[in-house]
Design a protein around this ligand. Structure first.
Ligand SMILES: C[S@@+](CC[C@H](N)C(=O)[O-])C[C@H]1O[C@@H](n2cnc3c(N)ncnc32)[C@H](O)[C@@H]1O
Length: 211
């Protein structure tokens, strides 16, 4: 049975994480209730914002979902496809939920702040929702996203608005400017119109990088 405010409590605990090990521990406990107790009960829509943005850009079919969690992005993108999606995450328990949905081709564990077990220029596109946020992954991972993306490919990731400023994403993007063609950001809502909780107006950016 869902406890009231469980989604908000877990979200705030997630924002306070500090290390990859903290993430592994929290998401191991959250995986089973993430879809119902967080996504559905808080009207989380960030995965839709990212998936629909990638699709509207005409991104290619072979796509890697970073911090895929329980597979929210594949739920949006696979019906829009054809997309051939792989999933990676630092939480094996979250990946196990995603794998059960049968939407991803390859599902593999990795810490994106380290090195992913993926060859250079493997993917037409890289997508990510909810992972570049407070307590999770910062701009240090952008180089790894660029490495696995083909030239001409698209990267579309959400970045929490406070996280964007606090971790100086703009500066980090400027530092690797030789490795991509252009980038832009668009303001997007994290939660939908039926959200009633205290984070309902939180914002993110959709960061779009063309390699
Ligand atoms: C808020 S959830 C988002 C999940 C999914 N993308 C969604 O939109 O519902 C954040 C995810 O990032 C993953 N994560 C955190 N740190 C990570 C890292 N260093 N490498 C890969 N995944 C990470 C967590 O395990 C978790 O599944």
């Amino acid at each position: 049975m869902q406890k009231p405010f469980e989604g908000v409590e877990n979200l705030e605990a997630a924002y306070d994480l500090e290390t990859p090990e903290d993430n592994i521990k929290l998401y191991a406990a959250w995986a089973e209730t993430y879809d119902t107790g967080y996504r559905a009960s808080m009207d989380y829509i960030l995965h839709r914002q990212v998936g629909e943005t990638y699709h509207a850009l005409g991104g290619g079919p072979k796509v890697l979902d970073i911090g895929a969690g329980t597979g929210a992005l594949a739920e949006v993108m696979v019906p829009l496809g054809p997309y051939d999606m792989d999933a990676t995450d630092i939480s094996q328990q979250m990946l196990d939920v995603a794998a059960q949905k049968g939407l991803y081709h390859r599902v593999f564990w990795s810490d994106v702040t380290d090195a992913m077990p993926v060859d250079d220029a493997t993917y037409d596109g890289v997508v990510s929702s909810g992972t570049f946020t407070l307590g999770h992954v910062g701009p240090e991972a952008i180089g790894e996203l660029l490495r696995v993306t083909k030239t001409g490919g698209h990267i579309v990731i959400s970045v929490n608005e406070h996280h964007w400023d606090a971790l100086h994403f703009e500066r980090a993007l400027d530092a690797v400017a030789d490795h991509y063609n252009t980038y832009e950001t668009r303001a997007v809502a994290i939660y939908g119109d039926s959200a009633v909780h205290k984070h309902k107006d939180d914002l993110a950016r959709a960061l779009i990088i063309k390699k």
